[in-house]
Design a protein around this ligand. Structure first.
Ligand SMILES: NC(=O)c1ccc[n+]([C@@H]2O[C@H](COP(=O)([O-])OP(=O)(O)OC[C@H]3O[C@@H](n4cnc5c(N)ncnc54)[C@H](OP(=O)(O)O)[C@@H]3O)[C@@H](O)[C@H]2O)c1
Length: 319
């Protein structure tokens, strides 16, 4: 079969022949892949830099997707850490890590949105006790996951949703998605503006980490009207850097709790538990979807484009 194949961690995947999968375990099934999202997590998988990387090559990238099995059912699936990912004509799924979709679902929309939406959906449902009426800051709200975090927080009943991000254009679109305020990151007065807008939030959903997260933490903590009010900081992404210098005073001067949410801190069982509800929200049209479809055969070009396009690229075998 044809697949996107990574033969060296320094190079983009190439469209090549790869051995077709053979089912082994009781819950295994081979699906024809209809759509697979090119998420940041997939790019780090393909460079061997993700914290789950085993270093095994060659590998087919892709951590999730939408496919149809021999039973004719349409499924969204999440793959384990394996060298046969979803960017192939066929892949091997464990049906226990999948959810059956309505037959008229749009595979591209589901493949584009599940991963970025899952980041905040699972964090708010599985990593903390979020409840309606709480105020949320989304740090890094201009990316795909950040835009969806604004929508997920609103869906879960957040009171204020403050969206902070770098791109002025993309920030401007966020009130229509549910943001009650926006803060542009950058410039000498960014910390002051962030502190004024978000000093009293209950929860921070952080996609940035790195220096902007450390600066934002200081801005929020030094602007709290009530220092004893709990503040939960959920670390989800690290687009601005893998390390953040957290001032020790931040942990003493406010009731700050820092938690992470991702593969490892959330178990496969907890992830699977959230798939039906999230899939239903996506297929029901709850979220704004901005995807670009690219034929799997053009995977090298898709890789080159991924760093510069804000739209989520979805690879489609057979297109
Ligand atoms: N833990 C999980 O469960 C989970 C799940 C999904 C994603 N993630 C992680 O979440 C992060 C975001 O994912 P995504 O799908 O939203 O990626 P994305 O669509 O590529 O968006 C990334 C955004 O990051 C912003 N950015 C990059 N560098 C920045 C900086 N120095 N300061 C401020 N903003 C910066 C850019 O915004 P501008 O346009 O404003 O420059 C860009 O739009 C990634 O690290 C991803 O791996 C984690």
């Amino acid at each position: 079969m044809k697949a996107a194949v990574v033969s060296s961690f320094g190079a983009a995947p190439r469209y090549e022949e790869f051995p077709a999968p053979v089912p082994g375990g009781d819950h295994d099934t081979v699906v024809d892949v209809l759509a697979a999202g090119l998420h940041p997590r997939v790019r780090s998988q393909a460079t061997g830099s993700h914290y789950t990387s085993t270093g095994d090559l060659p590998l087919v990238p892709g951590i999730d997707g939408v496919g149809r099995g021999p039973d004719g059912l349409l499924r969204y699936f999440v793959l384990p850490d394996t060298t046969l990912g979803s960017m192939a004509e066929q892949t091997l799924i464990d049906t226990r890590r999948s959810v059956v979709l309505p037959q008229d679902s749009d595979p591209v929309a589901v493949a584009a949105v599940m991963n970025p939406a899952m980041s905040s959906w699972i964090a708010l449902r599985q990593r903390i006790s979020f409840h309606a009426g709480q105020d949320v800051l989304v740090l890094g709200a201009t990316g795909n996951a950040g835009q969806l975090a604004v929508q997920v927080a609103k869906l879960f009943g957040a009171n204020q949703v403050i969206a902070a991000g770098r791109s002025a254009d993309r920030l401007a679109a966020l009130p229509a998605l549910g943001a009650t305020a926006t803060v542009r990151l950058g410039g000498d007065d960014a910390a002051t503006r962030l502190g004024q807008a978000a000093g009293d939030v209950d929860v921070v959903i952080d996609y940035l980490w790195g220096p902007p997260a450390a600066a934002a933490m200081e801005a929020v903590i030094t602007n709290r009207a009530d220092e004893s009010k709990p503040l939960t900081w959920i670390e989800i992404g690290s687009v601005a850097g893998p390390v953040a210098a957290i001032p020790s005073a931040a942990l003493r001067a406010a009731r700050l709790q820092i938690v992470g949410s991702g593969q490892g801190s959330v178990s496969p069982r907890e992830i699977v538990a959230e798939l039906p509800g999230l899939a239903q929200a996506i297929t029901g049209g709850t979220f704004d979807v901005d995807a670009r479809t690219v034929p799997l055969a053009d995977v090298e070009q898709a890789w080159a484009d991924a760093a510069s396009t804000p739209r989520r690229i979805v690879l489609v075998p057979g297109a």
